[in-house]
Design a protein around this ligand. Structure first.
Ligand SMILES: Cc1ncc(COP(=O)(O)O)c(C=O)c1O
Ligand SMILES: [Zn+2]
Length: 428
């Protein structure tokens, strides 16, 4: 296998030879658009059509027992990821194997018989992004990258900065300057190189691509290392199936920013079927967006295939990508599986954050509020079958977006410290 890859699609590897087995059972990179094959390496765009490259594999015969004997983190699935078999799998900081909670109270409130919450807010930096970053870091190490970087809507920057600190690699993370303060601090605490850019995420992303083309040895996890990074989201799908007792759910609701996570959860389900690890069965995939940044939902509802970019204006800043790289593939997955893409207002996002907290004791950020709120809307509009087993993914922690709900929850009463004042307060 060989291919001509243009200079702009490469991460400099400092003349380094890739180790045998550096990417596990991955056999190459394949263009999602035209199927052109490129050899494994630091490439991300097809040299023929500039379509996105994805990892291709020849998987070994993997058994449930082998996976179950693995560590309680994403590396239990290392045979299905583009990572070396000798990857360090045991440190306590490794992401994954987060809880899958039966959400009976939320289910009862929404009228859904069989509802689960996959709670990814308990990862090391409190979002699902630790999964993708772990895979990107492995690739960056194999490429000998000197800088570990990303453009981010917040959570990714947190995850890159923390993982880089622990790995002892220089990090530089770029965010829109209007990002929530806690998300900024959650990056700056791990790195001295948080760069706030005056612009929205799409501007930050463009800048990152420019820097990647100019600077040698920089691994931008979601730009020039994207094929390796994106595979990390598959572990969410693997875990959900394993935690359900090696079964796929009937319906799943997933937030959409770039759309990478949604398409990779679907890919994971398809791989598990092909490997014989779960029974083949139909399932519906639903995408969730906030109305103030809903280019994929708008395209879905209009019945068109093209995504028209938007300028984001929503409190769900982690989902505020106006020109989503994988938007068209989200449309494909949701349409093919019989699901849908839906969006809700910022007030509905706030209400859903409170609803999840008060029914299940889970404090989610605005992305999770968007997902739970969309689940509610899908039920109310008859787009989701309430008799089927349903999973909703909570991708991040509410402590990072406190401002979103600061005005809708608070002390019920402020009283003097005596019993009479308490009685008079009317709290009980
Ligand atoms: C908490 C959270 N959930 C979901 C997403 C969406 O991920 P994707 O870009 O893969 O669609 C993001 C992206 O930044 C996020 O931070
Ligand atoms: Zn191509």
């Amino acid at each position: 296998m060989s291919a001509v890859v243009t200079e702009s699609t490469q991460v400099a590897t400092a003349g380094r030879e890739l180790r045998d087995g550096a990417f596990g059972h991955a056999t190459g990179l394949s263009c999602r658009e035209c199927g052109h094959q490129v050899e494994l390496g630091p490439h991300y765009a097809c040299p023929e059509c500039f379509g996105p490259l994805e990892i291709a594999y020849e998987f070994p015969a993997v058994t449930r027992e082998e996976i179950e004997a693995g560590p309680a983190n994403i590396w239990r699935y290392k045979a299905l990821l583009p990572v070396p078999s000798d990857i360090e799998t045991s440190p306590n900081m490794e992401p994954g194997f987060t809880r899958l909670l039966k959400a009976n109270n939320l289910g009862r409130t929404l009228g859904i018989d069989n509802l689960w919450v996959k709670d990814d807010s308990t990862n090391p930096t409190n979002s699902f992004k630790d999964r993708v970053v772990a895979c990107a870091l492995s690739a960056a190490r194999e490429f000998g990258s000197s800088v570990f970087a990303c453009p981010s809507t917040g959570n990714l920057a947190n995850a890159v900065a923390a993982a880089g600190a622990r790995a002892g690699i220089k990090t530089v993370v770029f965010i829109p300057s209007n990002l929530e303060k806690p998300k900024q601090i959650n990056s700056a605490i791990y790195t001295d190189s948080l760069v706030a850019v005056n612009g929205n995420y799409d501007d930050v992303n463009k800048l990152a691509s420019e820097i990647a083309g100019e600077e040698d040895g920089w691994a931008f996890v979601n730009v020039n290392v994207r094929p390796y990074y994106a595979e990390g989201s598959k572990t969410l799908g693997y875990e959900i199936a394993e935690q359900l007792g090696w079964r796929l759910p009937d319906q799943i609701v997933i937030p959409v920013a770039s759309g990478s996570q949604l398409t990779k959860v679907h890919k994971a389900f398809q791989e598990l079927i092909k490997l014989g690890l779960v029974e083949d069965k139909p399932y519906k995939v639903y995408g969730a967006q906030a109305t103030g940044c809903s280019p994929v939902s708008v395209a879905y509802k209009s019945g068109v295939d093209a995504i028209r970019p938007v300028k984001p204006d929503t409190i769900a800043k982690s989902l505020a990508i106006g020109n989503p790289a994988d938007g068209i593939y989200v449309l494909d997955v949701c349409r093919q599986t019989g699901g849908a893409v839906e969006d809700i207002t910022d007030d509905e996002v706030r209400e859903a954050i409170v609803l999840l907290a008060r029914t299940e004791g889970i404090f989610t950020e605005t992305a999770g509020g968007t997902t739970v709120g969309v689940l509610k809307k899908l039920v109310e509009t008859g787009q989701l079958d309430t008799s089927l087993e349903t999973v909703v993914i909570n991708t991040g922690h509410g402590l990072k977006t406190l401002d979103a709900v600061a005005d809708v929850v608070g002390a019920r009463a402020t009283i003097e410290p005596n019993y009479a004042a308490f009685r008079a307060s009317g709290v009980v």
